[in-house]
Ligand binder design. Sequence first.
Ligand code: HEM
Length: 142
Amino acid sequence: MSPQRLKLYNWHKWAGITILTLSLLRLLWRLTHRPPADVPMPDWQRKTSHAVHLLLYGLFFAVPLAGWAYSSAAGFPIVVFGVIPLPDFVAPDKEFAEAIKPVHKILAYSLAALVLGHVAAAFKHHFVDRDGLLDRMRPGRA
Ligand code: HEM
């Protein structure tokens, strides 16, 4: 593997571990703080949005953990920012590494698709329906 490719893999892993840490902080915040009241919308939209949010939270953890598992199983240690060594998430195991690799990929693309849908739906509410959905994100609205 070229040094450039190795560097990009490492940056990718550091970004992924940072996302995992931020997801944990976000989940703790969400569990201890109530969001502002929903804007009025049809029942199917409310149910769909709640299902998407649940899936997003699941993937925030599943994607980086699958990446970490792949890296450990393939025998590559992770040293975050080149200074914080992480323990192996799973024991080295070539067969498991080959099995989890496509899982990481599929989950990552699913996360990207969900994020796009989530953003598109939020913009549709705010700019087409003009229901003030994005104002719920302003500070002091909880
Ligand atoms: C939210 C965080 C993450 C996202 C969105 C993500 C996304 C992706 C994507 C899209 C690919 C390319 C798949 C392909 O097209 O072949 C990939 C590959 C890879 N990821 Fe992640 N990743 C994340 C976190 C991590 C973490 C935390 C690690 C390890 C600590 C990791 C390790 C890897 C490795 C080693 C590959 C290369 C697999 C191969 O050899 O083809 N990823 N990731």
